[in-house]
Design a protein around this ligand. Structure first.
Ligand code: NDP
Length: 298
């Protein structure tokens, strides 16, 4: 047993944001315009407010245009759909992101499917999910895309590797599995009904955990030398830091897993920072496709 290399998602994301910044400068010089991202927030969920603020800030830092739309929690589905239609028609807007979760009176899938698939930088539209599943030119959900970029950076060619994805959500697990399949991995998708989860995980050269259960994946579930990507973000009590204190942990038990894995992402500082960087990347890609610009190397 050794000590796993730490996959530094924070540093990788910073590098990617820098490359995006240069790409935006290049596009502006060549075409006289910059890509634009519209972010829509409905209501006052504190976590969503932080995400939206960070997305807006990083969009501007990369040199792109940011359009923020903050709507009251009581906004009707109809007026939200009207705003989406306006953003679909606005030629300065290349990407549209509706921050989830939406208030209960609004049908989220209906709203997501109202976004023009060419502007769907979250990759949640059924057309993009279908394109990803059928090998088409999809805009890919940001978190699994971030995981893939970290895996490629670490391992290079992924073909022939056995990848196990824990979790089958539409946002992470399913698109992650589709991406790994696209890379010619042999993919196993596991979930809450999987019969022998530890046994399935032990077969993985690449293990991606996206479960939402703090520190569920233990070191003895991991094949020695495997690459472990921990998508989970869970806030738990941390009495060792003092009364009432909390900390963030992943879905993988880092202490035991890092003794067995070849490489592992930490939480925080692993997959988390990649998500917004990939959102910016998708916005550049959406702009290039829609406007017929040459896509810069990222
Ligand atoms: P969901 O709750 O939508 O999905 C969780 C998945 O895990 C489901 O498929 C569920 O199975 C499966 N699961 C739950 N319990 C078990 C179990 N005991 N054994 C095996 N499988 C289980 O979560 P998300 O995919 O949205 O998110 C997963 C994690 O990733 C969360 O911690 C979330 O905070 C984090 N996340 C991080 C992001 C980032 O930017 N880094 C972005 C998005 C999410 P079933 O389908 O059978 O119910």
């Amino acid at each position: 047993m050794g000590t796993a290399d730490i996959i530094d998602g924070k540093a990788f994301a910073a590098g990617l944001r820098e490359r995006i910044g240069s790409a935006v400068t290049e596009l502006k010089a060549k075409y006289g315009e910059v890509p634009g991202l519209a972010v829509v927030l409905v209501g006052e969920d504190p976590a969503s407010q932080v995400y939206v603020r960070n997305k807006g800030k990083q969009t501007l830092e990369s040199g792109m245009a940011s359009f923020e739309h903050k709507l009251d929690a009581s906004t009707s589905e109809e007026s939200l759909l009207k705003l989406i239609a306006e953003l679909n028609a606005d030629r300065a807007v290349d990407g549209i992101l509706v921050q989830l979760p939406l208030p209960a009176h609004i049908d989220s899938q209906k709203v997501l499917d109202a976004i023009d698939p060419e502007k769907d930088v979250d990759g949640f539209h059924v057309v993009n999910a279908g394109r990803l599943a059928t090998g088409g030119d999809a805009l890919v959900p940001c978190t699994p895309l971030g995981c893939l970029l970290l895996l490629r950076d670490r391992l290079g060619d992924l073909s022939g590797k056995h990848a196990v994805v824990v979790g089958r959500s539409n946002i992470v697990g399913k698109p992650m599995a589709a991406l790994l399949l696209r890379e010619s991995c042999t993919v196993t998708v596991t979930h809450s009904r999987t019969a022998d989860l530890p046994g399935e995980c032990r077969r993985a050269d690449i293990l991606v955990a996206a479960v939402g259960r703090p520190e569920m994946v233990k070191g003895d579930w991991i094949k020695p030398g495997a690459t472990v990507i921990d998508v989970g973000i869970n806030r738990v009590d941390a009495p060792e830091k003092g009364d009432g204190k909390t900390k963030l942990v992943g879905d993988v038990d880092f202490a035991s897993a890092s003794k067995v894995a070849g490489a592992i992402t930490p939480v925080p500082g692993g997959v988390g920072p990649m998500t917004i960087a990939c959102l910016l990347r998708n916005t550049v890609e959406a702009a290039c496709r829609r406007r017929g610009w040459a896509m810069p190397e990222l």
